[in-house]
Write a protein that binds this ligand. Structure first.
Ligand SMILES: Cc1cc2nc3c(=O)[nH]c(=O)nc-3n(C[C@H](O)[C@H](O)[C@H](O)COP(=O)(O)OP(=O)(O)OC[C@H]3O[C@@H](n4cnc5c(N)ncnc54)[C@H](O)[C@@H]3O)c2cc1C
Length: 745
């Protein structure tokens, strides 16, 4: 319960949150190179990119000179080089997941097609970056750096070709039609390969000169699948194909290319060995795309988050000015507030903003997590290589580390005085234990942010569009909201649509390690509820408990016909639980980010005046978001827990099934004929005149009393959430905005 929130009086939100606030919440206040990068990207997004959109650049499928011109702006501003290491021509040392996430966010604030155009180059190179040999990295990744003055070389522009024409690769990445054969293999020489690949919907294909393509062996002298690097100029067919007639992201180039090229075997990404006269690629295409997508999907999730947050100001500006015609005079509520006089319009904007915050919080947390995981993963690979462990042997070794990581989590969950600190020290000193611990989180946070940010984000973008009335569905809509709505649907689709993320979550969210973290997080939210009650952390903790209980229940329960509930073929069970988890994770991270703002913001003089207003407003937004997340979780869990039981025949025992003894008591006087003193079902002979009841056992709550209790607790926790929404709505009527957006309409 959030009594504190109900009584406090907030100075209110004075301005929209700026960089000072975001740097703290998203934890890059001390990274000046990222501040500079954001400024550069913002200049490109709100300048050249916005102008191309405003000039109608999105109205063609072709790769036009105006769109191509943006590549030069990306190069000049540092956007292209941001993905590269300093020795490759970049300027950011170390992992770059957060940097690229911030870039995607800035560009997508205006146009996600432009963001995709820039990021697809990184995606094309990512197989080489993640799994390429040192020679491949040196050759291709460095060549992607923009040309320095006086330099004369061809800059690599890359594309990533996995998806194939129907009926081959799409969601199902194993159905490869693309083939690789040995074209020539002279004694002692590098084998030559013939690569035959057709792509569908390949981004950057209008201009790319290097393609990383997924292919399967069509030759007994090559084992399995792999990814191969193709270059424009390789002998054979390099046909860019026709542009895709997209309704979305028109500032990126998408084509259906055709390749039939002869390339040396050293183009196999990650290299190969020769065993008994067979070329054995070091990595299958599946292994490579897994390594690639688990990072790049985070940036996609942040594109949709940016859209939602970018919608706030244009909607406020529109709402306030809407009623300025006619009789209204400056100073009157009608003139100053316009549509903001109406509660529903404000409440809907609160929901959009809250979703944007939670999705940005989740996405940036995932990006930061990958920055931590990256070096650990390399250490793990090195360690396994040194021990010559591959395949099952490697998995066995990692499973042992998982046990250690679980032990570490168990010890650190114990009360402070009861912890075996020596053992904690030993376990923490093991980099592999740290790796598997964080990896179990990355395996959940990445699909969660791709799934929830984009899928639910697309739904919420429709809300934003609706708040702009007819303008929302025109090209002239300030903030390009109509286009952003459609674009969000692509973000939910490419790099694996929602089904792919749900599939992955249905596996990773059940890992013992992740669930051990999750249990700690429930306790963490209970603590947060004491420190910051208004955030809705208490509601969230109760919803998390309900989710965990439900997961454990469906993992062992069967349906009315005795079939297992939690099974990979039963997506009706596993997928909704994955969805519910995403709601919880996003709301939790938002709460943590507010905590960070409150504690770290105090030390920032630039925030001296506004800090409490931001914290209070975000606290209310968070409460709204937690209530919504709890509601979704509760709905999903209840359907799953009860929905697979068969209801007794309606005509005979319906009242038995629908009311428990306590409920009967509480319903006395509400439903005629109910005997409130009934202690057991057998005591009840009749409920209402038209409901004859037979004696028999209760089927509804048998074995599910704990679930009913958790739900009842959760309902109680929602106390105050609508008051928080009212306060947040009021803040929207007072917050200062600019006179106009800082990018063209
Ligand atoms: C503009 C654009 C750019 C793109 N860029 C690239 C690129 O650069 N490189 C590249 O390789 N690809 C690219 N893609 C392809 C994109 O990644 C695929 O479209 C996407 O992965 C889905 O594949 P599909 O379209 O074949 O859908 P399908 O595989 O046909 O799936 C359609 C739907 O069926 C359902 N479904 C399918 N399988 C399952 C399942 N196992 N369980 C439950 N439901 C399921 C889901 O609802 C799914 O959304 C791009 C696509 C677009 C539109």
């Amino acid at each position: 319960m959030d009594a504190k929130a109900e009584t406090k009086s907030s100075p209110g939100l004075q301005t929209l949150p700026g960089d000072d606030v975001r740097q703290i919440m998203w934890r890059f206040a001390d990274r000046y190179e990222l501040h500079m990068l954001i400024q550069s990207a913002r200049g490109v997004a709100r300048g050249p990119v916005a102008r191309v959109v405003a000039d109608g650049g999105r109205n063609s499928h072709e790769w036009t000179p105006a769109k191509a011109g943006l590549l030069h702006h990306f190069d000049e501003s540092g956007i292209t080089a941001a993905a590269l290491d300093p020795e490759e021509g970049g300027f950011i040392a170390g992992p770059k997941n957060l940097a690229l996430a911030l870039l995607a966010f800035e560009l997508a604030w205006v146009d996600a097609g432009a963001a995709t155009c820039s990021l697809a180059g990184n995606l094309g190179l990512a197989p080489i970056h993640e799994r390429g040999t040192p020679e491949q990295r040196a050759k291709y990744v460095s060549a992607a750096a923009p040309l320095k003055p006086g330099e004369n070389r061809k800059q690599v522009r890359a594309a990533f070709a996995l998806t194939e024409p129907i009926p081959f690769v799409g969601v199902e990445t194993g159905m490869l039609a693309g083939k690789v054969r040995v074209a020539e293999w002279k004694d002692g020489a590098e084998p030559m390969l013939q690569v035959d690949k057709r792509g569908r919907f390949i981004t950057n294909m209008g201009f790319a000169n290097v393609v990383t393509a997924a292919v399967d062996s069509d030759d007994p002298r090559i084992k399995g699948s792999c990814m191969v690097i193709l270059e424009e100029g390789d002998p054979g067919i390099w046909d860019r194909g026709t542009p895709t007639k997209k309704l979305v992201h028109q500032l990126s180039s998408t084509n259906d290319p055709v390749f039939n090229l002869k390339v040396p075997a050293d183009r196999i990404v990650g290299g190969y060995t020769v065993k008994d006269g067979v070329i054995v690629p070091n990595y299958s295409h599946g292994e490579i795309i897994e390594a690639v997508f688990r990072r790049t999907r985070v940036t996609v999730g942040l594109m949709t988050a940016a859209k939602l947050l970018s919608a706030v100001e244009p909607v406020i500006l529109y709402q306030r000015r809407r009623f300025r015609g006619g009789e209204g005079a400056p100073g009157t509520p009608r003139y100053e507030l316009g549509i903001q006089q109406k509660e529903d319009a404000l409440h809907r904007l609160v929901d959009i903003w809250a979703t944007g915050e939670a999705s940005a919080s989740l996405g940036f947390e995932a990006a930061r997590l990958f920055d931590q995981v990256d070096p650990m993963e390399r250490q793990k690979d090195q360690w396994l290589a040194e021990k010559k462990l591959t395949g099952r042997a490697a998995l066995k070794e990692l499973a042992a580390k998982q046990k250690d990581a679980l032990e570490l989590l168990r010890i650190t969950s114990a009360p402070v005085g009861e912890r075996d600190l020596q053992r904690v020290g030993e376990l923490e000193a093991d980099p592999l234990v740290q790796f598997v611990k964080l990896d179990s989180l990355a395996n959940v946070l990445c699909p969660a942010c791709k799934l929830w940010n984009t899928g639910h984000g697309a739904t919420m973008m429709r809300e934003a569009v609706s708040l702009m009335g007819g303008y929302g569905v025109t090209e002239d809509c300030p903030g390009f909201l109509g286009q952003k709505w459609m674009d969000a649907q692509l973000e939910a689709t490419y790099e694996g649509p929602e089904a792919v993320q749900r599939l992955q979550l249905s596996i990773t969210m059940t890992s013992e390690l992740f669930l051990a973290h999750f249990q700690q997080w429930i306790a963490e939210m209970r603590q947060a509820a004491s420190a910051r009650p208004g955030t809705g952390a208490c509601t969230l903790a109760s919803a998390m408990q309900l989710w965990l209980w439900t997961l454990k229940h469906v993992q062992t329960a069967t349906d009315a016909d005795g079939a297992k509930l939690y099974h990979k073929t039963r997506q009706g069970v596993t997928f909704p639980l994955a969805d519910a988890l995403c709601w919880l994770l996003a709301a939790r991270q938002f709460i943590l980010d507010i905590g960070e703002l409150e504690t770290q913001g105090a030390g920032n003089p630039a925030l001296a005046d506004g800090l409490s207003g931001f914290v209070d407003f975000f606290t209310d937004l968070s409460h709204v978001q937690c209530a919504r997340a709890a509601g979704e979780t509760s709905r999903i869990c209840t359907e799953l827990v009860h929905g697979y039981n068969r209801h007794p025949a309606w005509d005979e025992t319906s009242c038995h099934a629908c009311y428990g003894a306590d409920e009967l008591q509480s319903l006395e006087g509400i439903i005629p004929g109910i005997d409130g003193s009934a202690r057991a079902y057998s005591d009840v002979s009749e409920i209402g005149e038209s409901h004859p009841v037979k004696r028999g056992p209760c089927v509804k709550f048998a074995g599910l009393e704990d679930f009913a209790r958790l739900r009842a607790k959760l309902d109680g926790c929602l106390t105050g959430c609508r008051l928080a929404k009212d306060r947040a709505a009021e803040s929207l009527t007072k917050v200062m905005t600019r006179e106009a957006l800082d990018y063209p309409v």
